[in-house]
Design a protein around this ligand. Structure first.
Ligand SMILES: [Mg+2]
Length: 200
């Protein structure tokens, strides 16, 4: 969340920045950590509702992540086809990775782009940040546009099953409309790119 605030330059939408009187769910009666994992922690909080009753909030705490629309010099966009265990499928995605406290978002995205696609970005422009599922998680993803790409060595982590494809924007949009691109951040990134850079 701190990254989100720093990047946006304001705290109005920052969880930590919410004034108590602006938070109708600030009174936590019980805080229970059910699971502390390598990537996520799961909490179940009992809160005091404004009506006077109590409510349960299940929260997946996530470190946040980065994703990028990589644009080749000929205008094609790079997507990766990756196996995702929770849905037991290969899906098309933009390259992405989770944040950790040791590396700023921009550097994380530069590294992930190289690792997953085998391309190094000459420019990496910040575009926007968005919550992926605010009803249950604080996960935020920062979106970049990567350009001036030069091929380097792809180096996948153990357990990553990834192939790289290059599609025109029209082909990406066709895949989305045909139900072949179903990943939220990828849909958002493609539509953001179309709206900002190709509709002028
Ligand atoms: Mg990844």
């Amino acid at each position: 969340m701190a990254d989100f605030c720093a990047i946006r330059g304001y705290v109005g939408i920052c969880f930590r920045g919410i004034e108590m009187e602006d938070n109708p769910e600030a009174a936590v009666l019980n805080h229970q950590e059910l699971y502390r994992g390598k990537i996520v922690n799961l909490y179940v909080d009992t809160i005091r509702l404004t009506s006077g009753g109590t409510g349960i909030r299940e929260v997946v705490r996530h470190p946040g992540g980065v994703t990028a629309v990589p644009v080749l010099d000929d205008g094609r966009l790079l997507l990766i086809r990756q196996f995702r265990y929770p849905i037991q499928k290969y899906i098309f995605e933009l390259p992405a990775g989770k944040l950790d406290s040791n590396q700023p978002p921009l550097e994380t995205m530069m590294r992930e782009l190289e690792e997953e696609t085998g391309y190094r970005a000459g420019t990496m422009d910040y575009e926007c940040s968005f919550y992926t599922s605010p009803g249950i998680s604080n996960e935020v993803i920062h979106l970049y546009t990567a350009r001036n790409l030069t091929p380097v060595l792809q180096h996948l982590e153990e357990g990553e099953h990834i192939t790289v494809i290059a599609n025109t924007l029209a082909e990406c949009l066709q895949k989305f409309q045909a139900g072949q691109i179903t990943d939220g951040k990828t849909i958002l990134g493609i539509l953001w790119y179309r709206n900002k850079y190709s509709l002028k």
